[in-house]
Structure formats: C-alpha cells, structure tokens
Design a protein around this ligand. Structure first.
Ligand code: C2E
Ligand code: MG
Ligand code: MG
Ligand code: MG
Length: 288
C-alpha cells in the first residue's frame, strides 16, 4: 500500500534529511553567536571605471570565519539568516562595520571610495533600516555620499508600492542606490523610471557568455542603453576576462567588477589601492 511505501520511503530518506536539517540547524545557532563573537568580516571587491581605469567604489561582501568550518561564503548562510530573521542584526553589523572602516580609512588619509552594501529583502522591509543607516553615518561622522546600497531587482519589484517609499527614504539620506542582479527579475520599465536609483548592475549571468552568446551580448548592450537613457550609470558584475571587458567598454558600460580585475579582498589589501600613490597602479589591463 501507499502507506507502507511511505513508511519505507521515510526510513530510506530519513538519515540523509536529518543530517541536512541538523547541519542547517547547527549553522543557524552558530550564526547567532558568530555576530556577537566577531566571526564575521567584510571583503571588498573593487569596481573599475572602464574609461579611466580608476577605482572609485567597491562592494562589501560578508564572510564568516567559522572556527571549525573555516571561511564560509555568503551563499551558504545569507538565505539561512534571511529565513531565521538573523539577517537583521547581521545586516546592521555590516552597515556599522562599513561605516567604521570608512572612518578608519579617512583618518588614515586614504582616498575615499564609495562602499556598496547589499540589502536582503527582509532588511529592506525592516522599519528601522533608514534610522540605522542614518545613525551609523552620524556616529562615524561620515558624509552619506560614501555609502551605497545594493537592492536586487526582485526585492524592489516584488513589493513595488512600499518599495518606492522605502527607496525615497533611503535616497533622502544622501546615499546612492543600485539595482543589483538586474535582468533576472521582472522590471516594469515604467516603474523603473520613477525609482530614485543611481546605478543598474548587470547580473553576471548575462556577462558570463557575453562573447559566445549573441543573445547575452544583446541583453548587456540593451541594459547599458536603457540605463543611460534613464540617466543611470551601469556596472557589469562577474567580468572574468579581457574580452568581456572590451565588449562592455565598446558598448559604453561605465564600471565593471569581476575576477579579471580583482577578487573580493580583505580590507588591508583594498586599503593599499586607496593609498595616495596606490591609485590601483597597473591593476587593470583594460584592452583585450
Ligand atoms: P551579489 O551582491 O550579486 O555579489 C556578487 C557576487 O559575485 C559575490 O559573491 C562576488 O564575490 C561574486 N563575483 C564577483 N566577481 C566575480 C567573477 O568575476 N566571477 C564569479 N563567478 N563571481 C564573481 P559572494 O561574495 O559569494 O556573495 C554572494 C551573494 O551573497 C551576493 O551576491 C549577495 O547577494 C549576498 N551577500 C554578500 N554579502 C552580503 C551582505 O553583507 N548582506 C547581504 N544581505 N547579502 C550579502
Ligand atoms: Mg551585490
Ligand atoms: Mg549582484
Ligand atoms: Mg548576483
């Protein structure tokens, strides 16, 4: 009978499922402690301007130095944090840490670069978000212009009515805003036009096969044109080789981020690029 089979199936699959559930459970309780115990850190991935070769901004990407598991990438814990609600304190830590770091770099006499912070859907909806950012900026005596928030296209478009208000509130702080993973969600172009955003980030899925897939190339080019027609700048992410960079540059893409130029790096390493004589000398072979 079906019931008997169900019983069998349960016995057959149970050990595996329990193991997976246990792993997630321990990771979740570990994560709650990780924030308090200082196991999280940020890496910074430079964005390179395709016209000048200069780095004017970077994206902050969270990492977890787990005492047993070593470096855990965000792909392994952000969704977990999002589902459990831990993303709210985690995200608050990221915002404060970026502000603390910006202050330290300014005090050390380094050049300033805008640092972009990723916001998950739950953080974006959190009613304290705007106040938290305002407080983090003022506690560290920072100009809001040094911070950017990255919000994914789907986060914004999934609850468009409230999203518009929230984006306006964020924008009124003086920070800049990017639409992350652009092209993977479903944007209404008429709505896009009314959102107070500054940059579109072309998702790496379209960049990956740029040189071999005509449709992907057409999409990248179309996003660049769309952004420029809306007076936004464009950042392509996931640029892994010179040919991709050259194609993007020929279409007028403003900035790029990707392993071809630099991987996300610890703050000490990024600081060397911000040194007065550092100016990213020779980092970037722009031509194909
Ligand atoms: P994202 O915001 O789209 O970030 C880009 C991801 O692409 C990063 O992965 C980055 O390391 C990776 N990447 C950059 N260049 C290349 C490249 O040339 N090739 C390839 N294959 N990958 C590249 P990462 O650091 O593992 O982060 C993954 C995602 O986790 C991020 O996607 C973002 O959604 C989320 N995330 C990271 N840090 C935070 C955070 O502080 N808060 C929140 N809420 N989410 C975060
Ligand atoms: Mg991002
Ligand atoms: Mg992205
Ligand atoms: Mg992405």
């Amino acid at each position: 009978s079906a019931q008997a089979m169900g019983g069998n199936r349960f016995r057959f699959y149970a050990p595996e499922m329990n193991e997976r559930a246990m792993q997630l459970f321990t990771l979740e309780s570990d994560l709650a402690r990780a924030i308090e115990q200082g196991e999280l850190c940020l890496h910074y991935q430079p964005r390179v301007n395709l016209e000048s070769g200069a780095v004017r901004s970077a994206e902050a990407l969270v990492r977890w130095r787990h005492p047993q598991r070593g470096m855990v990438p965000p792909g392994d814990f952000i969704a977990l944090a999002e589902n459990s609600g831990l993303i709210v304190p985690l995200g608050a830590w990221v915002i404060r840490e970026v502000c603390r770091q910006q202050r330290a770099w300014i005090d050390a006499g380094l050049q300033t670069a805008v640092v972009a912070v990723n916001l998950s859907p739950r953080q974006f909806q959190d009613e304290h978000l705007v106040d938290e950012i305002r407080r983090a900026l003022s506690d560290h005596g920072l100009d809001a212009a040094c911070i950017e928030m990255e919000i994914t296209e789907s986060t914004v478009m999934d609850n468009a009515a409230e999203a518009g208000c929230k984006l306006n509130a964020l924008k009124s702080l003086g920070i800049s805003l990017s639409l992350d993973d652009f092209g993977t969600g479903h944007s209404s172009l008429s709505r896009l036009r009314h959102l107070p955003i500054d940059h579109l980030k072309i998702d790496q899925a379209f960049v990956r096969h740029l040189c071999s897939n005509a449709a992907d190339a057409a999409i990248c080019k179309a996003i660049v044109d769309l952004a420029h027609n809306l007076q936004l700048s464009v950042i392509a992410e996931g640029v892994e080789d010179a040919a991709q960079a050259a194609a993007l540059r020929s279409w007028g893409c403003d900035d790029v981020q990707g392993f071809h130029f630099a991987r996300p790096m610890p703050p000490e390493e990024f600081a060397r690029m911000l040194a007065p004589e550092g100016q990213l000398a020779g980092l970037l072979p722009l031509a194909a």
